[in-house]
Design a protein around this ligand. Sequence first.
Ligand code: DAT
Ligand code: MG
Length: 166
Amino acid sequence: MNEPTLILIKPDGLVKSLTGNVLTRLSETKLEIVAAKMVKVSDALAREHYESLKDKPFFGELIKYLKGELHNRCKVMAMVYYGEGAIAKVREIAGVTNPEEANSVSIRGQYGRITTKGVYENVIHASSNLQDAQREIKLWFRPDEIIVDLYPTKKVSKNTDEKVWA
Ligand code: DAT
Ligand code: MG
């Protein structure tokens, strides 16, 4: 079954000029890119994205990291990849959460690090399961920014074609 997954190239990946390397690695999956954009991450978006981790001791630093405050680069690249087994394929190439434990040929193993403050700078985010993918994609993208129809939508009003997630 075709499924979507949200990928973010986080601020450390952008600062280190890793966009090309990451996209090349991801192309090994043979998945289709169905959405892509640069995003200036607001505090609200960062907190919503990592909502499930809000009680963790590292939450504050994690939010600063995603917002780009640790790298003076307040942007991330957000993408939706789509295809058979997309979530598992991307997680495999991304590597596990802790970059020091990640397989050394995975993206996080190759390019990630843990800072002296304990922040896992692990270069990319990738959705963990179908439910997270749906929640995250709806958070980062509007329906008309994605070239396939993933989830139900509704019209904003009768007078416009603009759609939002239903
Ligand atoms: P993943 O990004 O692999 O899905 P996650 O959802 O558990 O992992 O955590 C989200 C991010 O939070 C992760 O990419 C880096 C950070 N993080 C997780 N566990 C951490 C820890 N023990 N110390 C510092 N940062 C951590
Ligand atoms: Mg996660």
